[in-house]
Design a protein around this ligand. Structure first.
Ligand SMILES: CC(=O)N[C@H](C=O)[C@@H](O)[C@H](O)[C@H](O)CO
Ligand SMILES: CC(=O)C(=O)O
Length: 305
């Protein structure tokens, strides 16, 4: 692995949108969550992606989140700014801003909503990449964007030396193997699906970025330790627990992020709720959410010994 890429190797939580009680971006809560995750020992933060509710926020709000995280964590954690927005213009504005703030790398989803040809997707990503000196991580998440990164476009993008990696959230582990095989040691491949962290790492992912890490960073750090030290049976056991928890997080009335934020709140890290149209948690689910939180803590205890 290229030396410069070592700072990306590890568990990198996707950072959440942190709101005040009036659905506004909260400086204090954003900084508190950043510090909380830093103290857990994660490698870096992926700021302003799906978990950051990027699509529901104004560019101004996204800039504020990028700024608050950088103010607290620059030089302490590897900071990746997700700058994908519906228009190229807004994405480039965010990219330039993240670069001024001292982020380590940029990342972006492909264009959304309209089904654009690959030539437009190539141009979109390239304009973001060309707008700063920062390295770039492609974000492939076909479930939400409707576009699945082709090998052809991946190879074309890799011709640009600023492209250092891909965060792959498609479900086939095969995609991770292909991207790693094609990219080799000069490219870092991030596992996307948290439910397949262990499989992703074994088939070629160098690291992981995920939306549920922040509610149970300990478990992903343990899974990573087991994988990297060859304790495969143990790593499977942790993955099973993680999956039980993710399934539970998705089994209630509120959106997964609302449930996660409720758990963080019980843990003493209040980051508010989710922005509509995502649904908040409902009163009737609060006891079940406590139970999920207890299960997370029990799993951490079980695997820490
Ligand atoms: C589709 C999607 O949002 N994928 C996220 C990013 O890769 C994951 O981290 C999920 O949040 C996670 O795997 C839970 O399903
Ligand atoms: C990984 C993820 O959930 C994000 O893009 O924020």
């Amino acid at each position: 692995m290229n030396e410069n890429l070592n700072k990306y190797k590890g568990v990198i939580p996707a950072f959440y949108a942190c709101y005040d009680e009036n659905d506004g971006v909260s400086e204090e809560r954003t900084k508190n969550l950043a510090v909380y995750l830093y103290e857990k020992g994660v490698k870096g933060l992926y700021v302003g992606g799906s978990s950051g509710e990027c699509i529901y926020q104004s560019i101004e709000e996204r800039k504020r989140t990028l700024k608050y995280v950088a103010e607290k964590m620059k030089g302490k954690l590897t900071l990746i700014a997700h700058v994908g927005a519906p228009s190229t213009k807004d994405s480039v504005a965010l990219a330039k801003y993240a670069s001024e703030l001292g982020y380590d790398a940029l990342s972006a989803i492909p264009p959304i909503y309209y089904k654009l040809p690959e030539s437009s997707i190539y141009t979109y990503w390239t304009k973001i990449i060309d707008s700063t000196e920062l390295p770039f991580i492609i974000y492939n998440i076909p479930q939400t964007t409707g576009y699945n990164l082709s090998i052809n476009l991946f190879e074309r993008l890799l011709e640009n030396k600023k492209v250092i990696g891909v965060k792959n959230s498609s479900m086939p582990a095969l995609d991770i193997e292909r991207f790693k095989t094609i990219g080799g040691n000069n490219v870092i491949v991030f596992n996307g699906p948290d439910e397949q962290y262990v499989s992703g790492r074994l088939i070629g992912a160098d690291a992981g970025i995920g939306g549920t890490y922040a509610v149970m960073p300990e478990l992903f750090l343990i899974a990573e330790e087991y994988v990297s030290t060859g304790r495969f049976a143990d790593s499977r056991a942790v993955q099973r627990e993680i999956n039980n928890i993710i399934i539970a997080l998705n089994s209630l009335n509120g959106s997964m992020y609302a449930v996660i934020k409720q758990i963080l709140k019980i843990q003493g890290v209040n980051v508010g709720s989710v922005r509509e149209p995502m649904s908040p948690v409902i009163e009737d689910d609060l006891a079940k959410i406590e139970e999920i939180r207890d299960n997370i803590n029990q799993a951490i205890l079980n695997f820490s010994s």
